[in-house]
Design a protein around this ligand. Structure first.
Ligand code: NAD
Length: 688
C-alpha cells in the first residue's frame, strides 16, 4: 500500500485500485483528505493498469461529512467540487464501499461514485438542514435523480439518515454485503463484477428526476409549514430540488451553490452551527479533570409520582433501568403509575412501541409506599411538592435509609439545594437534577452543583443525563437556576405590559413571531394559572389571581387568559379584555399603545441582562450553556442561537441602549448587569 499523504493510501490489487482514507475519528473531509483524494484519483485514473477504483475508509466510518470547523474560514486545500468532477468523470468505474455513517459531504462523495456497496448497519443521508445549511456540493441535485423528488424532499428537509436496508430499497446503494464483511474485499469483488458484466458507468447526474409535480411541492410545503416555520434552510432545500427537476444538472448545481452561499453566510446557520458545538461543550464540567470516575447507577429511586416523578421515571424505564417509585398515599401511587402506563400505551397505539415493550417497562417499575425500599438505590430523585420543609424532612429520612455512596438528587425548580443538602450528613452526595415538563419529552436537564457536591457526584449526574438522552447543563445554586431565573424576567415584563397597554394576545403574537412555540400567556394557560395559588389566600392582587378566582385556571378548565374549545382552539375573550382594563383603571394606570418592537425588546433584553448576571456570578459555566438551556428547555428558536448568541447578533451596545431607554418601565428592581455594560463598552461578545 502506498501512502499518498498522512491520511490517504492507494493500492492496486490485480487491476483494481483501492483508495483508503484513514482520518480519525470520523474521516471528515478536511483539507488534508481532499488533497490526498485528489492526488490518489489522479494517479489511479492515469494508471492504465487500473481498470476500476474502489473508495473506502478505515476506522469506524466512511466519510462522516464535511469538516465543519473549516466553515466560514478562508478556503484551503483541494476543492471538493473539483475532486467530485474528477471522480464522476473518471473513465473507469468508481465504487464507494460504505460502512458507518456516510452523511452530508460524505454521502455526496458516495453519490459521485458510479456504484455504491454498503453493509446493512451503514447510514446515509444529508443532515445539513440541521445546521441551517443544505448539501452544497451537488447533493440536492443528485439525490432526487437517484430516489425521486418525494423521497429526496423528505430526506433533505428532515436531515434524517436512511439505514442500509432502506437505502438499498430506495436505490441509494446498489448492493448490500453481509455485516462485518471486509469492505475493501467487498468493493474489489463488486468492481470485478462490474468489469466482468461490462456494466456502464452510471453517472447520477445524467438521470432524470422522477415524480417532481408542482402538486408534490405545494403539498409538501403545506404539510410541513408548522415544522419549518422561521427556518430558512428547509425552504432553500425544497427550491433546490425543484431546480433539480427543472434545470440541466450544471445549472441546478449553480442554483444550489447560490442557495448554499446565502445560507452559510446567514445568521441562522451560524446560530445552528454554534449550537452544535454549544451542546457538546455543555457536557464539559469546568474544574473537573476529564475522566473523573463516576458512580455506577443501576437502580433508581423516585419520590413522588406526580407530574414530574412519573415523567422522570419513564426516562429510566426507557433505558431498561429499574425504578422504585414512592408515594405517601396509595391513590396517588396508583394514579401516577396509571399515567405512566397510559403514556406508554398511547405510544404503542401509534405503532412506536410494541405491547411487549410496554409490559417490559412497567415490569421494571416497582411502586411502593415505603421509603425504606430505596435502601439499595444508586440514585434517588426527589420530586415532591415544591416546599422546603417537606423536602428537608425527606432528605433527612433518606440520609438514614440510602446506602453509602448513593446520590441524592432533588428536582426542585427554585429551592436552595445547599439548604436541602444540609438536612443530611452527606451533603457531598446531594445534587440538583432539574428536569423540564413533560419530563419524558423535554431534552434539558439542569444539574445543580451545590457548594459541597462532590466532583464524582456532579460527573455522575451529568453522565446519567446523557444516558437517558438528555442534554445536561451545569447550573449553580440561585433562585430558579439558569432557566427559570431568566424566565422570571420575561414573565414579569409580559405581565407589566398587559397592565400598561398591551393585551395578552399582542404579547403572545410577538413572541410567536420571534420563533417561540407559544407566548408567555399561552404558556401560563398551558401550565395552569393556579400553580402556587390558593383560593383561601387569594387577594385578587394580580390579573392572574383574578382569573383563578373566576375559575379560569388555564387550559385544564377550558379558560384562562384565553377561551378554549374542546379541540383547544383559542379565542380572545372580551371578558378578559375588560378585566384587564378595569384592573388597570383601578390601579390608576394610564394605558398607552405599546408597539411590537417594545414588546419584543422587553421580553428578550431583560432575559439577556439576567443571563449576563448569571454568567458573572458563575451560576452558568459559559454563555453557550445558557443558550443550550433556552433552546432545549424553553423552545427558544434554534435559528436564533439562544439569548446570549442573540445578544451578540444584536450587539451588546444596542441591547444596553434599548434597556437604558426602557428603564422607566422596566420596574424598580431592574438593574443593568455590569458584565453586559462591560461587553457593550468593549464591543465584545458573550459567545465565541
Ligand atoms: P405534583 O404535585 O404533580 O407531584 C408531587 C407528588 O409528590 C404528588 O403526587 C404527591 O403525592 C407526592 N408527595 C408529596 N409528598 C410526598 C412524600 N413525602 N413522599 C412521597 N411523595 C410525596 O408536582 P410536580 O409538578 O411533579 O412537581 C414536583 C417537583 O418538581 C417540585 O419540586 C417542582 O418544583 C418540580 N418541578 C416541576 C415542574 C413542572 O413543570 N411541574 C418542572 C420542573 C420541576
Amino acid at each position: 500500500m502506498a501512502a499518498i499523504n498522512q491520511v490517504i493510501d492507494l493500492s492496486v490489487d490485480d487491476g483494481i485500485a483501492v483508495i483508503t482514507s484513514n482520518h480519525a475519528p470520523v474521516n471528515a473531509l478536511s483539507a488534508i483528505v481532499r488533497d490526498g483524494l485528489t492526488a490518489a484519483f489522479e494517479k489511479a485514473i492515469a494508471d492504465d493498469q487500473v481498470k476500476a477504483i474502489v473508495l473506502t475508509c478505515a476506522g469506524r466510518t466512511f466519510f462522516a461529512g464535511a469538516d465543519i470547523s473549516e466553515f466560514g474560514k478562508p478556503a484551503k486545500g483541494a476543492s471538493l467540487h473539483a475532486l467530485f468532477d474528477k471522480m464522476e468523470s473518471a473513465p473507469k468505474p468508481v465504487i464507494a464501499a460504505i460502512h458507518g455513517t456516510s452523511l452530508g459531504g460524505g454521502f455526496e462523495t458516495a453519490l459521485v461514485c458510479h456504484y455504491r456497496v454498503a453493509v446493512p448497519s451503514a447510514k446515509v443521508g444529508l443532515p445539513e438542514v440541521k445546521l441551517g445549511l443544505l448539501a452544497g456540493a451537488g447533493g440536492t441535485q443528485r439525490l432526487p435523480r437517484l430516489v425521486g423528488a418525494a423521497k429526496a424532499l423528505e430526506m433533505v428537509t428532515s436531515g434524517v439518515p436512511v439505514g442500509g436496508k432502506a437505502a438499498l430499497g430506495a436505490g441509494l446503494v446498489d448492493e448490500l454485503v453481509a455485516e462485518g464483511t471486509d469492505l475493501r474485499a467487498a468493493g474489489i469483488a463488486f468492481a470485478r463484477k462490474v468489469l466482468a458484466e461490462k456494466r456502464p458507468l452510471k453517472k447520477v447526474r445524467d438521470r432524470a428526476v422522477e415524480g417532481a409535480t408542482p402538486e408534490l411541492f405545494a403539498e409538501f410545503r403545506k404539510k410541513n409549514a408548522k415544522a419549518f416555520r422561521g427556518f430558512e434552510a428547509p425552504e432553500a432545500s425544497i427550491k433546490c430540488i425543484e431546480a433539480a427537476a427543472r434545470l440541466p444538472f450544471d445549472d441546478g448545481k449553480k442554483f444550489e451553490r447560490e442557495e448554499f452561499t446565502k445560507l452559510v453566510a446567514g445568521v441562522q446557520s451560524q446560530a445552528q452551527r454554534y449550537m452544535f458545538f454549544a451542546e457538546r461543550q455543555a457536557a464539559k464540567i469546568d474544574g473537573l479533570p476529564e475522566g473523573t470516575a463516576t458512580r455506577p447507577v443501576k437502580k433508581v429511586g423516585l419520590i413522588g409520582a406526580g407530574t414530574m416523578g412519573g415523567g422522570i421515571a419513564m426516562n429510566f424505564l426507557n433505558k431498561g433501568i429499574a425504578v422504585t417509585i414512592v408515594e405517601t398515599q396509595q391513590a396517588a401511587l396508583d394514579r401516577g403509575c396509571a399515567t405512566i402506563r397510559k403514556n406508554y400505551e398511547n405510544t404503542a397505539a401509534k405503532g412506536r412501541m410494541t405491547q411487549d415493550d410496554v409490559e417490559k417497562r412497567m415490569a421494571a417499575l416497582s411502586p411502593t409506599l415505603d421509603l425504606q425500599s430505596l435502601a439499595d438505590a444508586d440514585l434517588i430523585i426527589e420530586a415532591v411538592f415544591e416546599n422546603m420543609p417537606i423536602k428537608k424532612e425527606i432528605f433527612a429520612k433518606l440520609d438514614a435509609i440510602a446506602k453509602p455512596g448513593a446520590i441524592l438528587a432533588s428536582n426542585t425548580s427554585y429551592l436552595n439545594v445547599d439548604e436541602i443538602a444540609a438536612a443530611t450528613k452527606r451533603p457531598q452526595d446531594v445534587v440538583g437534577m432539574h428536569f423540564f415538563s413533560p419530563a419524558n419529552v423535554m431534552k434539558l436537564l439542569e444539574v445543580v452543583r451545590g457548594a459541597k457536591t462532590a466532583p464524582d457526584v456532579l460527573a455522575t449526574a451529568m453522565e446519567v443525563g446523557k444516558t437517558i438522552g438528555k442534554v445536561a447543563v451545569v447550573a449553580g445554586v440561585c433562585h430558579g437556576f439558569i432557566g427559570n431565573r431568566m424566565l422570571a424576567q420575561r414573565q414579569a415584563q409580559a405581565a407589566a405590559m398587559v397592565l400598561e397597554g398591551a393585551m395578552p394576545w399582542d404579547v403572545d403574537r410577538v413572541a410567536y413571531d420571534f420563533g417561540w412555540p407559544m407566548g408567555p400567556f399561552q404558556m401560563s394557560d398551558l401550565a395552569g394559572l393556579d400553580i402556587g395559588w390558593s383560593k383561601e389566600t387569594s387577594k385578587g392582587a394580580t390579573i392572574r389571581e383574578r382569573l383563578c378566582e373566576m375559575d379560569r385556571r388555564g387550559q385544564k378548565t377550558g379558560a384562562g387568559f384565553y377561551d378554549y374549545d374542546a379541540k383547544r382552539n383559542r379565542t380572545n375573550p372580551p371578558l378578559v379584555e375588560k378585566l384587564i382594563l378595569d384592573f388597570a383603571a383601578e390601579k390608576g394606570i394610564q394605558r398607552r399603545k405599546i408597539g411590537d418592537e417594545e414588546i419584543l425588546q422587553r421580553l428578550v433584553y431583560p432575559m439577556i441582562n439576567e443571563g449576563a448576571k448569571i454568567l458573572e456570578e458563575g451560576m452558568a459555566q459559559r454563555a453557550s450553556d445558557i443558550d443550550v438551556v433556552w433552546i432545549y428547555g424553553y423552545g427558544w428558536p434554534v435559528y436564533r442561537g439562544g439569548p446570549m448568541f442573540y445578544a451578540d447578533t444584536v450587539g451588546a451596545a444596542d441591547v444596553v441602549a434599548a434597556l437604558k431607554k426602557l428603564a422607566p418601565v422596566l420596574g424598580e428592581g431592574f438593574t443593568l448587569a455590569p458584565l453586559l455594560l462591560k461587553t457593550a463598552e468593549a464591543k465584545g461578545r458573550f459567545t465565541g
